[in-house]
Design a binder for this molecule. Sequence first.
Ligand SMILES: Cc1cc2nc3c(=O)[nH]c(=O)nc-3n(C[C@H](O)[C@H](O)[C@H](O)COP(=O)(O)OP(=O)(O)OC[C@H]3O[C@@H](n4cnc5c(N)ncnc54)[C@H](O)[C@@H]3O)c2cc1C
Length: 406
Amino acid sequence: MDRRHAVQGAGLSLSGASFGDGVLVTSMRRFNRVLAFDPAARTLRVEPGITLGEIFTLLQPHGLSLPVQPGYPGITIGGCVAGNVHGKNQYREGIFANTVRQIDLFHPAHGRLRLSHTENPQLFELTCGGFGLTGLIVEVELTLQHMDSTWYRLSQIPVNSLAETASTMLAMKDDHHILYSWNDLYMDSRSFGGGFVLCGTKAQGEADYPIAEPARLRPEGWLPPFNFLQGPVLGLANALYGAKLGRAENRRLIDAYQTHFPFAHWQRYFDAYGRSGCVEHQVIIGADVCERYFSAVEKLVRSRRVPVGLATMKVFRGQPKLLWFRGDGLSFAIHVPGEPEGLAFLGEIDRIDREYAALPNILKDSRLPAEVVRHHYCEFEWFRDQIRAHDPKRMFTSMLAERLGL
Ligand SMILES: Cc1cc2nc3c(=O)[nH]c(=O)nc-3n(C[C@H](O)[C@H](O)[C@H](O)COP(=O)(O)OP(=O)(O)OC[C@H]3O[C@@H](n4cnc5c(N)ncnc54)[C@H](O)[C@@H]3O)c2cc1C
């Protein structure tokens, strides 16, 4: 095991976190067994390659679920732990580390180690959100929650701007299990930033029955040579999507699978970016500065005329720590084409983030420069030093780790 390794779950992270130049990729996807399941105690012990969709299918008949589930069913538990990911309502649910009771970690220099809040607690925290740099996660024990119902009642509230979206969501944050927005950032739109706040609560008294898994994304399929989501096509696509949301019935019943994994149906959207794909940029902005932040973003989108394909917000809370994506305020995510003008635009967004102390998500943005990460994450040096002390030969790495100098 002298070669350098990158550990991979499903390979779905958007930032080059699970592969790298000249490194051996160790895929954990096939290690997907359920090792122990105690519905009464609400605990589940699994190998790290099991996916959120597979766990959903196992737990649903028992009326249980994972408390934190990012938006795509193919994501693995190893990826959730090492990315310390969030779900549809971070404000209520917290981050993935909160659901992890125990981790078994393997590193060639240290052997097999058991990590928890009480056993090797420092290494436990470094491994949660450690981007696979502490070694191979080989087993994970998770805490589950009661699902109450497999259905949600979902509504959408129209909003006219990004600032109105933020104030509406902050006012609703305590009352909904699901809370996120869709915003139209088409540069020529008259109501720039308008859209809908989508909010949902668990449905009570509805008949429950098993939910079949719908189709998944096919990242390996054919892609058009250029980006379709620009100019009038983007304007029209956003107008049609907005009209569809506007027509949707309020308090409609949606099953938990669709609610938690909305991206399972977004194949055409991702394909439309063509071979250059899209880059996601996500930040947490303080509620007190978000109005000014959004004005600066609007000015930039209109002047640069960059096609922003998706914009969405969630409410967040928690103390910043290590390289975790956590803080008080609103998360704001955008997708831009992975073409030169999109990348130059994101360079300008980095400047706005710095001005308003908006915390960027390391795991989402494949071009985030090291100096930007160092500026925003005050525990960056400490994290890097701890990783180097644990893995002095740097056997575990990735494109992300190389880019950030970890
Ligand atoms: C469509 C889509 C929707 C998404 N929605 C959300 C969302 O709502 N919220 C959110 O927070 N994120 C979201 N993400 C991001 C995603 O949750 C993370 O990038 C996650 O880490 C991907 O998991 P993966 O199994 O693909 O892992 P990979 O991409 O393969 O790896 C991710 C990281 O985990 C490490 N890793 C994986 N397995 C192990 C292991 N066994 N041992 C040690 N390290 C390991 C890798 O080294 C790497 O650093 C989304 C991604 C997509 C593609």
